[in-house]
Design a protein around this ligand. Structure first.
Ligand code: URA
Length: 280
């Protein structure tokens, strides 16, 4: 039934449309024209075929629409590399070492110091672990780098003579290491960041070697261990670091260049001897 004001609906769907419109109008108490307008609108949208007998309220159905994918994380090329904290790595590696051998292995495995790449090998220590005296130098030179032991070059030979003068030697009662275990290129001075990075190893080294006193050789070692510079002023004066008494002395390499300073070095050795004999 198409009224005069009605626009014609395509013939192929007309009889069906009329039936449906009437039915829906009866069911929902819509007036005929409103229902027809709604149906026309659906047909215009392309909804021309009845799929099921009963109407479906799709708003009441569970949400089964595929979830929108989260945008992929930034590609690995643009990913920031994870920042490594070398001091943190050194601290944990040092703390995990329960023996001197384990500490040596941990230092050998430490890959965050550039010096390692330019050096032939790790120079860990020499002498008697557990000795009352622990001597700390700066860093290996060419000879130490080659032999893998601290203080074996000319400065080391002078050190041995100095120690012998107060009855100390590596085979019985002295233990020796350096602030840095790798030779700096061209024997340049160690950089503060290198010292800071490797200090956890030095601290652990001292804790595991358990000396009674520390002897720190030269300005750079004073700075690393005591946090102070000015060896000329500091030498021969007992200080405290790493829970131990510390005596700074001129570095033997300096004494080779300035032999007139050996007099003060001798006084400092006597001071050390007196301390060991319980007289200082
Ligand atoms: N100088 C140092 O400080 N350490 C060495 O092992 C050799 C030279």
């Amino acid at each position: 039934m198409v009224g005069a004001t009605d626009r014609p609906i395509k013939a192929y769907s007309l009889s069906l449309v009329q039936k449906v419109v009437r039915l829906r109008a009866m069911e929902s108490a819509l007036d005929y024209h409103t229902a027809r307008a709604l149906l026309e609108w659906q047909i215009e949208l392309g909804a021309t075929d009845a799929i099921g007998d009963a109407p479906v309220d799709r708003y009441a159905l569970p949400d089964t629409a595929p979830k929108a994918k989260k945008p992929a994380k930034a590609q690995s090329a643009t990913k920031k590399p994870k920042q490594v904290d070398p001091v943190g790595v050194a601290k944990s590696a040092a703390q995990a070492a329960g023996t001197l051998d384990q500490l040596q292995a941990a230092m050998d495995a430490f890959d965050h110091c550039e010096l390692k790449r330019g050096a032939r090998q790790l120079v860990f220590a020499d002498g008697t672990p557990g000795a009352r005296v622990m001597i700390i130098g700066e860093a290996p030179g060419r000879d130490e780098d080659r032999e893998g032991k601290p203080f074996v070059g000319r400065a080391g030979q002078l050190l041995d003579r100095m120690l012998a003068a107060i009855d100390l030697n590596r085979t019985e009662n002295v233990y020796i290491t350096n602030v840095l275990p790798w030779r700096p290129p061209q024997n340049r001075d160690p950089k503060p960041e290198e010292i800071g990075m490797l200090k956890p190893f030095l601290e652990r080294h001292v804790a595991l070697a358990k000396p009674e006193v520390l002897v720190v050789m030269g300005n750079i070692t004073c700075q690393a261990v005591l946090g102070k510079r000015g060896i000329t002023r500091l030498r021969g004066q007992w200080d405290q670091a790493m829970d131990l008494p510390v005596i700074p002395m001129f570095h033997p390499a300096y004494l080779l260049r300035q032999p007139q300073m050996k007099r003060q070095a001798w006084a400092d050795l006597l001071e050390l001897k007196a301390r060991l004999e319980g007289k200082a």
